[in-house]
Design a protein around this ligand. Structure first.
Ligand code: 2P0
Length: 327
């Protein structure tokens, strides 16, 4: 049966950077993100006896090698659960540049998992979908849900899943993304985080701090305290990047434009334009702000030459099935 799903990307406010179990994709620390409206993956999956092998097309290109293998591995996991040996055709489109710190794997694996499970006739709840999605790409388990979403780290596979902390309508904050580079990064998150665990002596301190910051940010979300949410998110981002930079060889994902924008956000805040930054494994800067400041931040970013594109996102909703098939 042909099934199609869409899923939104997400940006972590408390980051996931490292696995306690590489095979099961258990993270070293529980983490939390907001789902981003309008940055999505749209994926059609058809399992059928018509196909002799799996076919994977992403953004108009037939995938081969490592990228195809990651998708096939996820199809295998889902086939295993459904007890099926049918091959699949997968066609997926992202409406944003992939692999430049904009988390295409998060929305991509969430949409793939929802569409593929439905295509094999499995009727799963969101918790189960997040457990399956997690094993394709960790951060994707959070994209099963909209709103403010925690990934509970767990000690075994069934205990590591996403939960909705607050609905997308609970507290309206915005993520204004300053895109300074659109190229694929040289070191993938998967490879980078494994190196950080292996070589960075600061690693454990950051994991301990992340657990503490997670408790604090959940309280701030409940109280709709934007300043506190922003401060904690920015601090956790810097803690994560400190461990990345102090990895051997160093993982410095920032470009000069990244630092320029960090400094500007700090200046704007001093002026009273309240905003905070967070950055994934890439050079692009996500600026967290309240709705009333969004326009002014977009206007200021437009005046910066290094900013190649700007995306402004509200908090988005759950991954969902749709009838809009891609083939
Ligand atoms: C996050 N990132 O929490 C962090 C912040 C990047 C920096 O999750 O190996 O692509 O597929 O589980 O999910 C990127 O890691 O890695 C990521 P895998 P994933 O959003």
């Amino acid at each position: 049966m042909k099934c199609t799903a869409t899923a939104n990307s997400n940006i972590a406010l408390i980051k996931y950077w490292g696995k306690a179990d590489d095979k099961l994709f258990l993270p070293t620390n529980s983490n939390l993100s907001i789902t981003l409206e309008g940055l999505n993956s749209h994926t059609t999956v058809d399992f059928s006896s018509d196909y002799k092998e799996d076919m994977v097309n992403i953004d108009g290109k037939n995938m081969e090698g490592e990228k195809k293998e990651k998708v096939v591995k996820q199809l295998n996991l889902i086939r295993n659960i459904a007890n099926s040996n049918l091959k699949a055709k997968v066609v997926s489109k992202n409406n944003f540049p992939s692999a430049a710190g904009m988390a295409s794997s998060a929305s991509g694996f969430a949409a793939l998992t929802v569409a593929a499970c439905a295509s094999l006739g499995m009727n799963l709840d969101k918790k189960q979908l997040s457990i399956i999605s997690r094993q394709g790409s960790g951060s994707s388990c959070r994209s099963i849900y909209g709103g403010y979403v925690e990934w509970v780290k767990g000690k075994k596979s069934e205990g590591s899943y996403a939960v909705k902390v607050a609905d997308e309508n609970y507290f309206d904050i915005r993520d204004v993304i300053a895109i300074v580079e659109q190229e694929e990064k040289k070191v993938s998150s998967r490879a980078g985080m494994a190196e950080t665990i292996k070589t960075c002596p600061l690693y454990k301190s950051r994991v301990d701090a992340a657990e503490d910051n997670l408790l604090k940010i959940k309280r701030a979300i409940k109280e709709k305290d934007f300043s506190e949410i922003g401060k904690i998110a920015e601090f956790d981002c810097l803690l994560m990047h400190a461990t990345m930079i102090a990895t051997i060889p160093s993982l410095l994902y920032w470009s000069p434009a990244t630092i320029k924008i960090i400094k500007l956000v700090q200046e704007w805040r001093e002026e009273g334009l309240e905003s905070y930054f967070t950055i994934d494994a890439g050079p692009n800067v996500h600026i967290l702000t309240l709705p009333e400041n969004e326009k002014e931040i977009v206007k200021r970013l437009r005046e910066i030459n290094d900013v190649k594109d700007i995306k402004s996102c509200k908090i988005g909703g759950d991954a969902a099935l749709t009838e809009k098939h891609l083939f």
